[in-house]
Design a binder for this molecule. Structure first.
Ligand code: NAD
Length: 252
């Protein structure tokens, strides 16, 4: 066991939406880093339970984050079981693919659904977890929050305008909270470009764009985003950063 893994022994990390894609890769990376990992999903209960069973002391909790009662209960259930929380990764998110010029297709209900899961749920989770994160924080190991936003929240791009606006709101929330939560809690965001996950398998045009135009000539693998999350958790000084992880597409 490395000294970093030793340092993280007994520290608890919740990763929302962690039975697939980016969240699953982050949970497995943080488990490798020595954390006690909490898997979460809205529906894939048996997948979540078997992921947790494969790791020592890991657990799985189910909650629909579009339901505020379930969202609050997720944190209280975790604290009841584990007694502490050190890392919160707000990864769960939903998307809607709508051409930017089709304004009427982006209905108020779509805006509300996207904001409920991509903005309001992270806010509730952070506010419910704040005290526990402060309690477990030490100057050498400040507690850490990571929000998974999107390059669509940084540039005027994205699958739809409501999705891009929701991720932009999450980025701004990250910077505002960095001011109020410090020094006990650091908070940063990762803004991925294209990542090979179940969410993007049918996005043929996006895959073509990244292959032809991005300096890295491809989209990211989930474990590459997980390495960035691990770096942010292990840093004791970074806060309020939005890490654009788009293989350099932003430069073109
Ligand atoms: P994914 O579909 O594999 O993961 C999304 C997760 O969110 C799933 O586990 C799902 O269960 C969970 N989720 C959705 N709605 C929920 C709800 N109401 N309650 C609880 N959980 C819910 O997709 P992914 O690509 O791994 O996406 C993870 C995050 O990364 C998302 O926030 C997404 O917006 C963001 N992102 C992905 C890409 C990409 O190219 N894949 C790019 C930029 C940002």
């Amino acid at each position: 066991m490395s000294s970093y893994q030793e340092k993280n022994k007994g520290r608890v990390a919740l990763i929302t939406g962690s039975t697939s894609g980016i969240g699953k890769a982050i949970a497995q990376q943080l488990a490798d880093d020595g954390f006690t990992v909490v898997f979460h999903s809205r529906t894939s209960v048996s997948e979540g339970e078997s992921l947790a069973k494969a790791l020592p002391s890991a657990t799985y909790f189910q909650a629909d984050l579009s339901d505020q009662v379930q969202t609050k209960k997720l944190i209280s259930d975790i604290l009841l079981h584990h007694g502490r929380l050190d890392v919160l990764v707000n990864n769960a998110g939903i998307n809607a693919v709508i051409p930017h010029s089709s304004l009427k297709e982006a209905t108020a209900d779509i805006w509300r659904d996207l904001y409920e899961v991509n903005v309001i749920a992270p806010w509730i989770l952070i506010s419910e977890a704040e005290q526990a994160l402060r309690d477990s924080s030490t100057p050498e190991c400040p507690s850490s929050i990571i929000n998974i936003s999107s390059h669509a929240g940084v540039r005027p791009k994205g699958a739809s305008i409501p999705y891009a606006a929701s991720k932009s709101a999450l980025n701004h929330m990250t910077q505002l909270l960095a001011l109020t939560l410090s020094p006990d809690i650091r908070i940063n965001a990762i803004a991925p470009g294209l990542v090979d996950t179940p969410m993007t398998t049918s996005w043929v045009e996006a895959h073509k764009l990244w292959k032809e135009k991005s300096p890295m000539k491809r989209g990211a693998k989930p474990n590459e985003i997980a390495h960035t999350a691990s770096m942010l958790v292990s840093s004791s000084y970074l806060t309020g950063e939005i890490i654009l992880s788009d293989g350099g597409l932003n430069l073109t």
